[in-house]
Design a protein around this ligand. Sequence first.
Ligand code: GLU
Ligand code: ZN
Length: 295
Amino acid sequence: MTDSRYIGRFAPTPSGFLHLGSLVAALASWLDARAVGGQWLLRMEDIDPPREAPGAQKAILDTLESYGLEWDGEVVYQHDRHGAYAEVIDRLFRQGLAYACTCSRKQLEGYNGIYPGLCRNLGHAQEDAAIRIRVPELTYSFNDRVQGHFQQHLGKEVGDFVIRRRDGLYAYQLAVVLDDAWQGVTDIVRGADLLDNTPRQLYLQELLGLSQPRYLHVPLIVQPDGHKLGKSYRSAPLPAEQAAPLILRALRALGQPTDAAMAAARPAEVLAHAARHWNAQAIPRSLALAEAELH
Ligand code: GLU
Ligand code: ZN
């Protein structure tokens, strides 16, 4: 089956190197696109320079190349997209759909991360303030291709969320929605750590009149203690010379059939074989898999 209208993407944050968990997500996204003859775009989510690891951007691109995960077109960098983000924030602010929040971290303690709306009707100026979007008292839901039905009540479970931080940095929720729409992305395949971010993104899409992509959240690969790989752990870059065996490992994590003889093949051959046999239905329907249990 081919679908030349399919546009997928991988959108790494350069806060660290790719690790087995990000390989699983990148691979699933690449295969889901290539299996139907679709495009696969690459977007560097470099919106948070203070959290960026030196050399991570280049290392991520190098790893994708050495693992044969070729992307289409030029890499999009979010640092080139600030004008688009600023324009939308200004518009939402002028329309009263977003507002400035001057709450300190201290003031927000004890609310379990759910913003209680303290600044909602105070009419603060934008300067030296975070910008939050007003959320409706509604449940947003969608059908994930792997995780099934997921829903979240934005008012009760999230609260008005930040779209521009007080330090002026743009928030992931806004940037991801604007960029996926701008790049024409039809299918988002990513780690299950973002499952509960999706209802916020659905709301932004609705508010901005953008079309809604399909979603597929793959299980996270976690340490025995339940920690997600990467981010908090200083994972080393994935070794280029281990590409074929690590791709095979990632494929097994995704429930895909593998052939041990492929460990000696070139990464591109392993990927081509995997794309021919890709079956998204076989991906384990769980939020996390323990790294130690992967063969
Ligand atoms: N940049 C995000 C991350 O690396 C992923 C964004 C997304 O796929 O929506 O965690
Ligand atoms: Zn506030």
